[in-house]
Design a protein around this ligand. Structure first.
Ligand code: ATP
Length: 261
């Protein structure tokens, strides 16, 4: 991880107006610095403003007060050059795996032959070379998510924002995808903000975990995860960080309980 600041969230508040015309504070005075090449997880209960914060960083929405900077420039709108986002898979059902991965490169104006070359590289990276001509409906959920990752990476964004990308996957596939995204992140040196509800997912992936609380959404604490990679989910260090987070959410019983055996 570099020491350069990649993303800066300065005193950001966001108020929505609901259908009755009432003001709903979604985020209050959020301050956050993300370093270049960092893997940052946003963790918190439903409604604490994780997606709102991600959308503000992506430039899909504007803060009510405060500002977001990427590379020192205020974010005023989405910049695909910097950012890829994937919620669910968002694949085009009528396109093959290759066609889906090529999509972002078409928008970028990359030539046909170069497009093919780049798309194939990323399809290989996510281990789907045998399925290059398949359509999304022929693939499992985990494979579709791999296509979505390949498509996002193919345009070579410096920052990747991921909103619960593995939420719909079964537990085993989810663990595998966590390993894959970690490998890709290390290989490609991206800055990632990753939203999750899942404490263990955050401990496995993050350099730092931003714990958020709701009503209104605020940062409760930022917990560094100083465990070497790849991480062993059964190690003492892993349990320790996990327990720290459980305590943050007051989910850990104070009496001694061997609940992880
Ligand atoms: N467009 C909107 N209009 C009105 N209120 C909104 C809007 N978007 C979000 N909110 C409110 O802002 C708060 C934060 O929502 P947000 O989706 O950011 O939370 P979240 O932490 O991502 O939740 P989840 O984990 O369930 O996706 C919620 O109370 C939500 O109802």
């Amino acid at each position: 991880m570099g020491s350069k600041t990649k993303i800066l969230v300065e005193n950001v508040s966001k108020v929505f107006t609901n259908s009755k015309g009432e003001e709903q504070p979604a985020l209050r005075e959020v301050n956050l610095e993300v370093r270049e090449g960092e893997f940052l997880c946003l963790l918190g209960p439903s409604g604490c403003g994780k997606s709102t914060l991600l959308n503000l960083v992506a430039g899909f929405d504007q803060p009510s007060s405060g500002r977001v900077l990427i590379d020192g420039e205020v974010v005023t709108g989405p910049k695909p050059r910097y950012i890829a986002i994937f919620q669910n898979y968002g694949l085009f059902p009528w396109r093959t795996v290759l066609g889906n991965v090529e999509y972002g490169l078409e928008a970028k104006g990359v030539s046909r032959s170069r497009r093919r070359e780049i798309a194939k590289e990323y399809i290989r990276l996510v281990g789907l070379e045998k399925f290059i001509n398949s359509h999304p409906h022929e693939l499992s959920g985990g494979m579709q998510q791999r296509v979505a990752i390949a498509r996002a990476l193919a345009v070579d964004p410096e920052v990747i924002l991921m909103d619960e990308p593995f939420g719909a996957l079964d537990a085993m596939t989810r663990l595998k995808m966590q390993e894959e995204i970690e490998r890709i992140w290390q290989e490609k040196n991206k800055t990632i903000i990753f939203v999750t509800h899942d404490i263990e997912e955050a401990v496995y992936l993050a350099d730092r975990i931003v714990v958020m609380t709701s009503h209104p959404g605020r940062i409760k604490s930022i917990i560094p995860v100083a465990i070497g990679r790849p991480r062993d989910r059964t190690s003492y260090d892993f349990f320790q960080v996990r327990d720290t987070i459980y305590k943050e959410f007051s989910l850990k019983r104070e009496t001694s309980l061997d609940y992880y055996i």
